[in-house]
Design a protein. Structure first.
Length: 277
């Protein structure tokens, strides 16, 4: 008697081991700067193979949360769990060692240095010649060219200045660098800000590629359309608090936009402008 076989979609079959397991969990995280309360109880989880979008207007607490997760700030209270273990980072290096890499909006790149130099900055491969140590440029250029090609950027000369690349290409270099050096969780701070349509498309496409590798991605943005294009879940921040977390299957684009703007505030503004919002 023939037994029925359950069909497995190609996407499910290709998923890396550990897909869906919790990588980061934040519970009621708070951060005070003297009398100023920057975070007043933020909660979210990030799983492997997930793009978790963090949405909020200016002053919502997004930047403070990024810096707390990446080891720049120590939280005042709450729980921060990485791979099932409570952690408190004292520096960004400790966060990197735990597999949490952050690509800030300013990218931390030196425009006049080469793509290769920026790619390996602080982690240069070294070769020894007698008692002397040198950066292994042949190996570094090979890897830089290989990783750029992998994300769809054909670099003729990896020793060209990184400042000659477009804004979208520089974002992709920064993301590829974090992935190459073993990041488990990638925090992206407004990666599509000030980019054109083609460059934005390039960055969003690469974020999908990173998710397919099984990494967890925290995508911080105030652009709901960009978030909705790649996001799996959405957490909305307002004045340092979590207003809610929604799966993509639970909420549409328009409703997400309304919740981010604040239902009451948007309704009041719409009435003030004659229902044009």
């Amino acid at each position: 008697m023939a037994t029925a076989m359950q069909a497995v979609s190609p996407r499910e079959e290709a998923r890396p081991e550990g897909w869906g397991r919790s990588l980061i969990e934040v519970r009621e995280l708070t951060k005070h700067f003297g009398p100023v309360v920057a975070l007043a109880g933020v909660s979210l989880t990030v799983s492997a193979g997930e793009v978790h979008c963090l949405l909020g207007d200016n002053g919502a607490g997004k930047s403070t949360l990024i810096k707390t997760l990446s080891g720049v700030h120590k939280p005042t209270g709450g729980d921060f769990v990485v791979d099932g273990k409570p952690v408190t980072f004292s520096s960004p290096r400790e966060a990197l060692d735990a597999g949490i890499a952050t690509v800030f909006q300013d990218l931390a790149m030196i425009p006049l240095l080469s793509i290769t130099r920026n790619f390996f900055m602080g982690r240069e491969p070294v070769k020894r010649v007698g008692p002397m140590s040198f950066m292994d440029m042949d190996f570094a250029n090979k890897i830089a060219r290989q990783e750029m090609r992998r994300i769809g950027i054909d670099v003729r000369d990896p020793e060209q200045a990184v400042g000659t690349l477009s804004g979208g290409e520089r974002q992709c270099v920064a993301i590829a660098r974090a992935v190459y050096f073993g990041a488990k969780v990638l925090i992206l701070d407004e990666p599509t800000s000030a980019l054109g349509v083609a460059q934005t498309s390039m960055v969003l496409k690469f974020i999908r590629q990173v998710r397919a590798k099984g990494l967890g991605v925290i995508f911080i943005t105030h652009n709901v359309r960009h978030a909705y294009a790649v996001g799996d879940r959405f957490t909305i921040l307002n004045r340092g608090r979590t207003l809610g977390t929604f799966a993509k299957t639970e909420i549409g684009l328009d409703e997400l936009q309304t919740k981010m703007a604040g239902d009451k505030e948007l309704q009041d503004l719409s009435e003030e402008l004659g229902g044009t919002v």
